[in-house]
Structure formats: structure tokens, C-alpha cells
Design a binder for this molecule. Structure first.
Ligand code: G3P
Ligand code: CA
Length: 309
């Protein structure tokens, strides 16, 4: 059972908002835009004042079913404004928020549609997916009735909650054109307005091609590549992205420093947001490596350990 701490939540939300208004991202605070090697970073976190930024992975997914509106709301209740999600596409072209490319692990699809093996997201219509229960698999059934949200529903909830979004385009090789589709929905939902693009949205993918396409289509958007490129290859990534987001087991302080020595696609110091860190010891370890952000299923645990926002 999670514990909501209203005072801490309010303080974190206020500080997050204030620091955003004052200085935008950590990278923006660390350097002025411009070509050439990056200036020394002010340190992890906004203006170096706090710990790394904490991202609630798939929402607060240690405590609520991943990628649901309930997980987003719970992250808000715990005081976290950054949430991460995964976007895929249905048979009839609707974007939905779900991690796996099949529906079996996180919904009751095998009961509702027993003859539709292998139950791939891309083989179902949005109306069919809307019938599925995406909450009963989780924990003790408290979330029975939760749904797989459409991206539009998800964006509206995150916006209503005054939260910020780290949006992952999941397996873009399965969904040709999903970058354009995603940007269209973001635009319709008001997420490509200048102020929102500047400090409330990051689009990431494991596919460098997909990140590059997003950058070409919307050069103003902050993007991230998921992975751990060799140091020698980092300058190539810096041409089309702003952040490199690696699995925490794959990095060292030297590697993080190598990323920080570069300026990304917007001329600012490149950032590193690492995943998935759910325990205090690892959170402190990656903080000591100098990461800018920690992506976690248990954001309260990480905040307690590193004092991040
Ligand atoms: O945001 C990082 C993380 O989401 C990448 O891995 O498999 O959870 O989407 P995965
Ligand atoms: Ca993800």
C-alpha cells in the first residue's frame, strides 16, 4: 500500500513548476545554446540545486497498473509531474498507450477474445481494445476496470493533472508512419504549443531512425535516444537528439561525462536519464555518476534516496 504525502507532494510540485519557469531543463540551465564543446554542467537536477529529475515509469507502475490513467493519477498524488509512457497503434489507426506488442500480459484479452491468438495490439481495433480490462491483472484487484487508454485520453489526463510527459514510441518498426501519427495527436491535443514543447514534453525511442524522423518533422521538440551508444558514436546522435537514456547497468561516470561534454540537437548540454532504478542504493549510485534523470517504477523510493524532483 502506498502512502500519499500531501505536503511533500505539494512542495515538490511547486518547486518543479518554479524551477521550470525559472530555468527550463537542467541542460538549459547548464549552458547557453551554441555550437562546439559543451560548457561544464551545473550538476544534476535543475540548476544543480536538487537531485536528478524523477520520472514515473509507465506512471507510478510499482503501485498501479502500468500505462493506465490510474497510474498517471497516482504519480500526481505522490507529487510527480513527469510520467513516462509507451505508444503503439491499433488495426484501425488509433494510438494507444501500452508497453507490450501483445495484449496478453496486461489485459484480459484471452478471455474476451479467445480466438484471436497471438493477441497483437496491431490486430485489434480501438473499440475492441476499449472493452478490455487492463487493471484486474495487477495486485489485489483494486484496479479492476482500468482501461488501455488512447493516446488522446492519456494526453488529456496528463495535461489536466498539470504533469509532463516522456513519451516513448514503442517498436516503431511495427508501425510505419507512427511518428507522424503521434505528432498529429500531440498537435490536436495542444501538446505542440511552444511553451509545452519547451519544458513539458520529451519524445524518445529505442529506434535512432524514429528519433531522427521526429526531430526532422518537429525540430523544436526535445528528443531522447534509448540506449548506450559507444562514446565514439555519441557525436552522431547529438546531431538529431538532446538526450541519451541508457539502462543503468550499462553506464559509468566516465560515460555520463562523455555525454555531458556534447551539445545536442538544440545546442544545449546533452542529458542522461537512466532506467529502471527502483531501489535507493542504485538511485544513489547513478546520482553519483552524474545522471540528470532517473526513470523509475517507484518514484517515491527514488525521491527519498536522492532528493530529486
Ligand atoms: O523510459 C525507459 C524505458 O521505458 C525503456 O524500457 O521496455 O520499459 O519501455 P521499456
Ligand atoms: Ca517505455
Amino acid at each position: 500500500m502506498y502512502v500519499v504525502r500531501p505536503a511533500a507532494a505539494a512542495a515538490a510540485a511547486f518547486l518543479g513548476l518554479t524551477l521550470t519557469v525559472l530555468c527550463g531543463t537542467a541542460a538549459a540551465a547548464a549552458s547557453a545554446p551554441g555550437p562546439g564543446p559543451a560548457a561544464p554542467s551545473a550538476g544534476p537536477g535543475p540548476m544543480g540545486l536538487g537531485g536528478p529529475v524523477v520520472y514515473a515509469h509507465r506512471g507510478a507502475s510499482a503501485y498501479a497498473p502500468e500505462n493506465t490513467l490510474e497510474a498517471v493519477d497516482l504519480a500526481r498524488g505522490l507529487g510527480f509531474d513527469w510520467v513516462e509512457n509507451d505508444v503503439q497503434r491499433t488495426r484501425d489507426g488509433e494510438l494507444v498507450v501500452i508497453h507490450d506488442d501483445t495484449l496478453t500480459r496486461t489485459t484480459d484479452v484471452e478471455e474476451v477474445f479467445p480466438d484471436r491468438e497471438p493477441w497483437r495490439v496491431r490486430d485489434f481495433t480501438a473499440a475492441e481494445i476499449a472493452r478490455l480490462d487492463a487493471g484486474s491483472w495487477f495486485a489485489d484487484g483494486r484496479y479492476t476496470g482500468a482501461r488501455v487508454p488512447t493516446l488522446r485520453e492519456y494526453l488529456d489526463r496528463v495535461r489536466l493533472n498539470q504533469q509532463r510527459l516522456l513519451l516513448e514510441i514503442k517498436k516503431p518498426e511495427l508501425y510505419p508512419g507512427i511518428e507522424e501519427d503521434t505528432l498529429e495527436v500531440l498537435d490536436e491535443a495542444g501538446w505542440l504549443e511552444e511553451r509545452r514543447v519547451a519544458d513539458r514534453l520529451v519524445v524518445q525511442s529505442f529506434s535512432a531512425d524514429s528519433v531522427s524522423v521526429v526531430h526532422d518533422l518537429r525540430p523544436d521538440l526535445v528528443t531522447a535516444f534509448l540506449g548506450t551508444p559507444a562514446v565514439a558514436d555519441l557525436p552522431r546522435y547529438a546531431e538529431f537528439t538532446d538526450r541519451i537514456n541508457p539502462m543503468h547497468t550499462t553506464i559509468s561516470a566516465d560515460w555520463v561525462a562523455a555525454v555531458h561534454r556534447l551539445r545536442g540537437a538544440h545546442g544545449r548540454v546533452m542529458e542522461v536519464d537512466t532506467w529502471i532504478v527502483d531501489d535507493a542504493a542504485t538511485a544513489r549510485k547513478v546520482q553519483d555518476m552524474g545522471v540528470d534523470g532517473i526513470i523509475t517504477n517507484a518514484p517515491d523510493v527514488v525521491r527519498e534516496a536522492v532528493g530529486g524532483f
